[in-house]
Design a protein around this ligand. Sequence first.
Ligand code: 3H9
Length: 686
Amino acid sequence: MAAINSATDLTRDGEIAVITLDSPPVNALSFNVRDGLYEGFKAAIADDAVKAIVLICAGRTFIAGADISEFGGAQKGASLFDVQAMMENSPKAVIAAIHGTALGGGLEVALTAHYRVAVPSAKCGLPEVNLGLLPGAGGTQRLPRIVGAQKALEMMTSGSHVPAKQCLEMGLVDSLAEEGKLLDGAVAFARKVLADKMPLNKVRERTVTADPQVFADFRKANARKFRGFKAPEANIKCVEASLLPFEEGIKVERALFMELMTGEQSAAQRYAFFAERQANKIPDVPADTPIIPVAKVGIIGAGTMGGGIAMNFLNVGIPVKIIETKQEALDRGLGVIRKNYENTAKRGRLTMDQVEQRMSLLSGSLALEDLADSDLVIEAIFENMAVKKEVFGKLDAIVKQGAILATNTSALDIDEIATAVKRPEAVIGLHFFSPANVMRLLEVVRADKTSKSVIATAMQLAKKIGKVAVLVGVCPGFVGNRMLFQRQAQAQRLVMEGAMPWDVDRVLFDFGFPMGPFAMSDLAGLDIGWNKETSKGETIRDQLCELDRRGQKTSAGYYDYDEKRTAIPSPVTEGIIKAFAQKQGLNQRDISDEEILERTVFPMINEGAKILEEGKAIRASDIDIVWINGYGWPVYRGGPMHYADSIGLKKVVERLKHYEAQMGDFFKPSPLLEKLAAEGKGFKDL
Ligand code: 3H9
């Protein structure tokens, strides 16, 4: 074996040269990888004994893309285009051998090979859109030339990882090799290319045609999904340009790539990519912390939360037992889970066999004693400290030692809950977000005495069930809701001062949230926590509920709703608000969109700074991950703390002080925020 450099080896199997790339963790195209590939191909082409060349990767995957951490830095070594030109123009057949994932620049490299061979478990994709980018190494021009415009649009704007079998059907892969025998399969394929004198396919030489209507329809169908994002439209424009001669299309790709790459959206999305991975790292919980095997899960409460939480575990094959106090509630809860799965099956995303298989892992009981052999118990009952403590006290006597005792509370003090048991080290918060089977965020709440093993297990388990976990500390509302309270308080206040609910909602919607706070309340139901018997019309919400305006479900809440559930500003709500303001002696005034945005978002940033000061989040980027994955913060603005950095903390402090002077302490900047702003720093510098 001849080493080309630290990342690349060149060997020969008879007349077939094998270039092996080995650059953990994911063989990203860093400068030494590009150099190694360039020199490797050059040497193989120059060797007269070589008739064909196989490119294969060591480790868990084929090339997963450009090295994102190198973006923005000065270019070193051979360019990716040099490598691709060397491969595509090679006078000897080049075969890319794919396992794991061929993503982004990785797939673009494979597309300059003359043939592609993959194992069945491999996947191919161009996920650049998720980093606010487009495939910038010819992928936008080569992919449509193989799979057609429609499929290219779908792949490039979703970033989906397409399984090898589907790639074969689309012509993206030429042949499948036996699982675990990729090198043999690729070398055999290379010999076949030689024996059959198969041509040196250059994808760039193909042409693609499409009706312009394809693009118009695609834009229309996805307008809602792409709202606010720049990258999807740029990707679509590139596919349109693939109908032009190759070199012209490449020029369009290059120009749009540079535009995205230097823009704020991609910077925010790349930041979020690394932030999500960073959130997994807990400084005082090392990677080798012992993990508690979780083979059986118990859940207390078969309501919406309990049922949703259960589905996460059933989906990955972990049996769940749900406990309720009444048979009727239990039957209802289990029935809802079945119905959810059946609906998924109706949409073609599960087979009925899979539904039955998942349901077979689910059981119910009315006796807490049946949780004795659970490895993890999650309590998901209503928010009442006394009741929760009673339940934990009972669990302590029932559940085997070594098990994890978790609460799904979104508001209560977990340290206090832990006083109900003799093993506080086993107690942790697992704060799922509703709907718990859909929402990606999981706040893992570390109480004073929670053990490192329990934390490490919770973080690992979260990944297994497809959640993005963020470790937070005990405080009212933890990280997400604590910051949300600030926004809600201002939203309510702004309405009393003269902005209407639809004004506040519009500003936050335009900022990029899926919906504003009032539309959100209507969706959730205004009567959550409202009591008809005790309601005295003391708040706007009380008065709306008393008029049976309880949100979307009654076709009226803050808004009126038509039969298509379109939200229409309501004169009734407006009247109630105005009367309230008058009673409180408030002079309503016009409020600018800028003020609405600053007063709802800046107090959140300030609260985030307080959370960091108190050590309730490990890092600012963890807070951003909470908001992106749990509260619909637009990922192209990178989360509240990244957003604050991007507009400058000096400005945030100035504006908070401006409102503090008018409205008092609520807006007082936290010492940390003031300090960073004074030093000209950002949260990124912490
Ligand atoms: C591109 O290609 C642009 C071109 O079109 C244009 C060129 C001109 N770079 O996710 P994991 C790190 S854009 C640098 O936990 P998994 C990651 O940070 C790129 N680092 O593993 C982590 O580090 P650490 C298009 C990368 O098994 C470690 O690898 N490609 C990159 O759950 C493990 O990652 C993509 O967008 C990278 N490209 O998932 C693919 N990728 O251990 C992005 C990963 O220090 N990557 N790292 O925290 C992925 O989707 C997943 O990482 C993958 C593995 C599916 C590959």
